[in-house]
Write a protein that binds this ligand. Structure first.
Ligand SMILES: *Cc1c(COP(=O)(O)O)cnc(C)c1O
Length: 456
């Protein structure tokens, strides 16, 4: 592990913070470090039972280490442990949340809006669909088959009917299938995913907005994973670029700073284009302090207690790395995307593998299949290559994808069934900037592991 700069950063800032409260009389029991030391050592040993998420050889699931500054700011805020459920629970951290969220909304071109942080993308989506249900009571929610699985579950919680729309050969929501649903006349909200979790597909938001003009519905954009890619739109392919160009026309947007925003877990964000939705949150908790005149965070969120430290970490990160095209955060995203494109290129040049038939990664997720005589064998091989990679210290992910997305044919029986059904594939989320420089090493290990499994 590289030397950690957080303790040093934190030590100095902690002294500054303590000095801010120097007028207080001393309080609290003296603590014995000895008791804590061995426990913390035990924690260090227990934590070894993890994949090395922080290292570029971890190239599997959607995991990215928080920025050291975010960790330091979060830990510093822990001295206070503010609660952003209400202004009086954490005045400074609430103000920092308002500022940080405004910067995120600005990335989508929004000035007047309503929005706040949440504990996660799931809770942010729950809140967006809760609003959607109130704006269009009794009407259905639709999203693609590749939309995050929680949309269906959330709709169930909200007692709203949810329908899945099939995807096209790129894993994007099929516009024909969507229009078929819209013709039924009872769709209240379309969930467009800008960056699906499994393969990073970008739904054609521009086309969905055209359908909105004809059929009338709310558009919720789930950009929990993909939201920041608007900063490098010029590095994306044309269809994705068109979708990001109109993201500001959505009615609501969800983005997860704890995915691509370099934050520790516990940081999602929901934004509504029309601030008037604030009226729908009305509640009168006797325990929530209402001393401020403005709508405060506790009045515009579904959750009550929420980590103020998450807002502090986000604020600090965005001060260092502003959300602007060409900035360091954007450059980091571009590196991960180039890594995914490069991995896809190598996969396509190797007879043992098969890339998606319709084209390479739209964002920074690469998916590919193993060539074999039958889909069952291809699935089995993917599992074995995954295991063999892990033994070589390279951690990839597995994903179930429709066979129809791949070119490989599996003989007459399969073509009779039109290649329907899912197949196990390999997946790599290349979301760390270092992944670009490590691609040679990643490929060597993958290639060797595959050689061991298929014998070539
Ligand atoms: C990760 C993700 C979610 C869920 O967010 P959590 O923060 O994990 O709760 C929702 N939608 C998409 C597209 C995601 O990638």
């Amino acid at each position: 592990m590289a030397k950690d700069c957080v303790p040093e950063l934190l030590a100095r800032a902690t002294e500054e913070l303590e000095a801010e409260f120097r007028e207080l009389p001393p309080s609290g029991e003296p603590l014995s470090l000895a008791g804590m030391e061995w426990v913390l050592e035990a924690v260090a040993h227990r934590l070894r039972d993890n994949y090395p998420y922080f290292h570029p050889l971890y190239a599997g699931q959607m995991l990215k280490p928080p920025h050291p500054l975010a960790r330091a700011a979060y830990a510093l805020a822990m001295k206070i442990n503010p609660n952003n459920h209400a202004l009086d629970g954490g005045r400074a951290s609430s103000a920092m949340e308002v500022e940080a969220v405004k910067e995120i909304a600005g990335m989508f071109g929004w000035n007047e809006f309503l929005g706040h942080l949440t504990s996660s993308g799931t809770i942010a989506n729950l809140e967006a669909l809760w609003m959607a249900g109130q704006m269009a009571p009794g009407r259905r929610i639709v999203g693609s088959e590749q939309a995050h699985y929680t949309h269906q579950r959330i709709s169930g919680v909200l007692k709203l009917e949810f329908a899945s729309i099939e995807v096209d050969e790129r894993g994007r929501m099929s516009l024909e299938a969507l229009e078929d649903e819209l013709r039924k006349g009872d769709v209240g909200t379309v969930v467009a995913t800008l960056g699906t979790t499994a393969m990073g597909a970008v739904d054609a938001l521009d086309e969905i907005l055209k359908l909105k003009e004809r059929y009338g519905f709310r558009v919720h954009v789930d950009a929990a994973y993909g939201g920041y890619f608007g900063l490098i739109a010029e590095a994306l392919e044309e269809p994705a670029r068109r979708a990001y160009a109109v993201i500001g026309q959505a009615d609501s947007i969800v983005i997860d700073p704890h995915k691509h925003g370099l934050q520790p877990y516990g940081c999602g964000c929901v934004l509504f284009r029309d601030p008037a939705v604030g009226q729908l949150y009305k509640h009168d908790s006797p325990a929530t302090y209402f001393t401020s005149k403005e709508l405060h965070l506790g009045q515009i969120s579904l959750e009550c207690s929420r980590a103020g430290a998450a807002a502090v970490a986000l604020w600090a990160t965005q001060k260092l790395l502003p959300l602007v095209p060409g900035g360091a955060l954007a450059q980091g995203l571009a590196k991960g995307r180039r890594a995914a494109v490069e991995l896809d290129r190598r996969v396509r040049g190797d007879a043992r593998f098969d890339g998606l038939a319709a084209g390479g990664p739209e964002l920074d997720i690469a998916v590919w299949a193993l060539r074999a005589a039958t889909p069952e064998e291809a699935s089995e091989r993917a599992q074995k290559v995954f295991d063999a990679c892990a033994l070589r210290g390279l951690h990839l992910a597995l994903v179930q994808l429709p066979r129809s997305l791949f070119r490989i044919g599996f003989g007459p029986r399969d073509s009779m069934e039109k290649g329907s059904g899912d197949m196990t594939c390999l997946r790599s989320v290349l979301m760390k900037p270092e992944h670009e420089a490590w691609m040679g090493e990643i490929w060597e290990r993958l290639s060797a592991a595959c050689g061991e499994v298929v014998g070539t």
